[in-house]
Design a protein around this ligand. Structure first.
Ligand SMILES: NC(=O)c1ccc[n+]([C@@H]2O[C@H](COP(=O)([O-])OP(=O)(O)OC[C@H]3O[C@@H](n4cnc5c(N)ncnc54)[C@H](OP(=O)(O)O)[C@@H]3O)[C@@H](O)[C@H]2O)c1
Length: 258
């Protein structure tokens, strides 16, 4: 028996990175996985991979900034599999800029996905969790949800809001056995770094450069990997964390302990 056997897990933004790693791990732990993202080629490839491994899986192409597409995602999950037990709110974007350099467009886009879309998915899925007799919500925040972040103001603000949403929703729904927690990753290597750079970099970085830089400033002298974040999300999603709600689980190699 896997840790999520018999459960239907909905993961947002699983076409790459941490969401993809979570989809693979949750499926290996017995979950039926419904997942979203805008890039349909990647989504369909992951759906095929999960089904070939013996899991039940469904990719629904979704832009989480469009309310009707979120409704369609939740409806598709319930129609296909009858229930939802786990929601991993993972889709997010990183936006750089200080108060002065952030544009109106970047501010609005960051909050639309990283905050409003997280709330929207909770609003749509909580009735399904209630019907199932309870369930779990795991929000993907960031270590910048608990400390200030330099040079990415809209991103840091959005993740601070996710932390507050996590704690407040945990209180609102604790009595109906809906647990709400957040995983707070530190620097975690994803393909996006090679394409778009990360944090202070506005250009793509090589893997070697990212490794050397993280060795210089992170206590464990390395960045994290998506699978390490996925394991923390699994803990919060399954019964191993049955008495945990409203918690922000830092998975940052000690970055915020400094
Ligand atoms: N990597 C890190 O160092 C780190 C650290 C702390 C927190 N996080 C958080 O981890 C989460 C996942 O990011 P990642 O690092 O794994 O990067 P990633 O590989 O870029 O993953 C982001 C995911 O979000 C999806 N997404 C983006 N915009 C979307 C939209 N409008 N509608 C639907 N899906 C959308 C992307 O899919 P499509 O492009 O196909 O839409 C992708 O699957 C984010 O919330 C991020 O803030 C990451």
């Amino acid at each position: 028996m896997g840790k999520l056997s018999g459960k239907v897990a909905l993961i947002t933004g699983a076409t790459s990175g941490i969401g993809q790693a979570a989809a693979i791990l949750f499926a290996a732990e017995g979950a039926t996985v419904v997942f979203s993202g805008r890039r349909s080629t990647l989504g369909q490839a992951l759906e095929t991979r999960l089904m070939q491994s013996g899991a039940r899986a469904l990719f629904v192409q979704t832009d989480h900034t469009i309310p009707a597409e979120c409704v369609r995602l939740v409806d598709s999950a319930v129609q296909a599999f009858g229930a939802i037990h786990v929601l991993f709110n993972n889709a997010g974007i990183v936006t750089k800029g200080t108060a002065e350099t952030t544009t109106e467009e970047d501010w609005a886009a960051t909050l639309a996905l990283n905050v409003t879309a997280v709330w929207r998915m909770c609003r749509l899925v909580i009735p399904e969790l209630r019907k199932a007799g309870g369930g779990t919500i795991v929000n993907n925040a960031s270590d910048w949800a608990v400390v200030g972040g330099k040079g990415a103001l809209p991103y840091a603000v959005s993740k601070g809001a996710v932390a507050q949403m996590t704690k407040s929703m945990a209180l609102d729904h604790a009595a109906e056995y809906i647990r709400v927690n957040a995983v707070c990753p530190g620097d975690t290597f994803v393909e996006r770094w090679l394409e778009k750079g990360y944090f202070e970099h506005s250009d793509p970085v090589t893997l070697e450069k990212a490794k050397a830089e993280s060795a210089a400033y992170l206590p464990m002298q390395r960045f994290g990997y998506p699978e390490e974040i996925a394991r923390a999300a699994l803990f919060l999603a399954c019964d191993d964390s049955s008495f945990v709600t409203g918690h922000l689980l830092l998975v940052d190699g000690g970055n915020t302990a400094q």
